[in-house]
Structure formats: C-alpha cells, structure tokens
Design a protein around this ligand. Structure first.
Ligand SMILES: [Cu+2]
Length: 196
C-alpha cells in the first residue's frame, strides 16, 4: 500500500469509528398511558418539554380522507411544515382557531396546501365545511415526542442522554409531569394515568 493509501485507510477507519458511537449514544423513552375515561386515549402525546439544540425543519403530511384527518394526531417540531392533502371527492376547508390561528381556505380533491408551524402548542384541526371533522397537530419544541397508539403505548427514539421533564398532552385529560433520565444506549420506561 502506498503512503497515500495508508493515510486514506486511516481516515476512513476514523470516520467510521466516529459515526458509530454518535448513533449508539442516544436512548429511548417508552411506556404506556392509561386514560379515565378511555374514550380520549387516542388524543394523547408524550413529549420532552425542553431539549437543547436546534432542529432541522422537516416536511410532514396530514391527509383528509373519508371526511377524517389522517393521522388523527400529527406530532411535529416547531419550524416543520405540514402538507394538508385532500383525497376526498369533496372540498375541505382547513383551519385552526388555536395558539397561532390559520385558515388555508377551501380546496378540492388532490389539491395540496401547506402551513409552517412556528409556535409550540396543540392545534385542533378543523374543517369549516364538515363540523364533524376534527384532528390535532401537536407542535413540540424538539423532536422527542410521540402520539400514543391504540393501546396507549408510546416510544420516543433517539433521545440524547440527559435528564428531562416528560409531559403528557391530552385533548381533555391531565396527568402530572415526570422527570426522566435517558442514558446512552438504554431504554427508560415511564407510565402516565390521565384523569379529569
Ligand atoms: Cu371538510
């Protein structure tokens, strides 16, 4: 091997060594949420209240199909843009009266409108044409947040090690926050009981 070849091999090895611990050092927060009454369980998000760092904006999507917002609860990070789609053969009007209100107007099948969320909070997602339509966009300060599944389970992956306030948002119910410590490469389990 030439001298240049050896230098290059070392450089490649160093880069590979640096990349692996960077991925392995984050942890996971998982657990379960119970709700009383259980009918509101689907409208639950578990989130890290504040985390250091800045986060690259992402593009997410919320569909309208069968006169419903899909997903029912969309969890995003402040600065993300949501594409609102319409896969119904009727027009919809997307708006929210909450936190930092918006109204995207009325749009037809296969039309797309976007909105960038710059303020944290829970936005009820409504349609002025179909009062039965309701969804939520939950905007967190950081990406370490997840909606629960049908059984109330949640998993927040790739959380940098540290001690955080772990909070739970629900459309109607409340539970006290927890303090959670995430260790490198480990999974920590927390549970919440939501009540009125
Ligand atoms: Cu509608």
């Amino acid at each position: 091997m030439t001298h240049r070849g050896i230098v290059r091999s070392i450089a490649v090895a160093l880069c590979a060594a640096a990349a692996i611990p960077a991925l392995a050092q984050n942890g996971t927060i998982t657990g379960k949420v119970e709700a009383t009454p259980p009918k509101y369980l689907a409208e639950t998000v578990v989130y890290v209240k504040q985390a250091p760092g800045t986060f690259a904006p992402k593009s997410e999507a919320m569909d309208q199909k069968g006169l419903a917002f899909i997903p029912h609860v969309l969890v995003i990070t402040k600065g993300d843009t949501v594409k609102f789609l319409n896969h119904d053969n009727v027009a919809h009007n997307v708006y929210s009266p909450d936190v930092d209100p918006y109204n995207l107007g009325t749009f037809k099948q296969n039309e797309l409108r976007t909105h960038t969320f710059t303020k944290e909070g829970a936005y009820s997602q409504l349609c002025s044409i179909h009062p039965e339509m309701l969804g939520y966009v939950f905007v967190n300060q950081n990406p370490y947040a997840a909606a629960v599944d049908a059984k109330g389970s949640f998993t927040i992956k790739d959380v940098p090690p540290g001690t955080y306030k772990l909070e739970v948002w629900n459309s109607h119910l409340k539970a006290p926050e927890k303090s959670v410590t995430v260790a490198a490469g480990k999974t920590v389990t927390e549970s919440f009981s939501l009540k009125r």
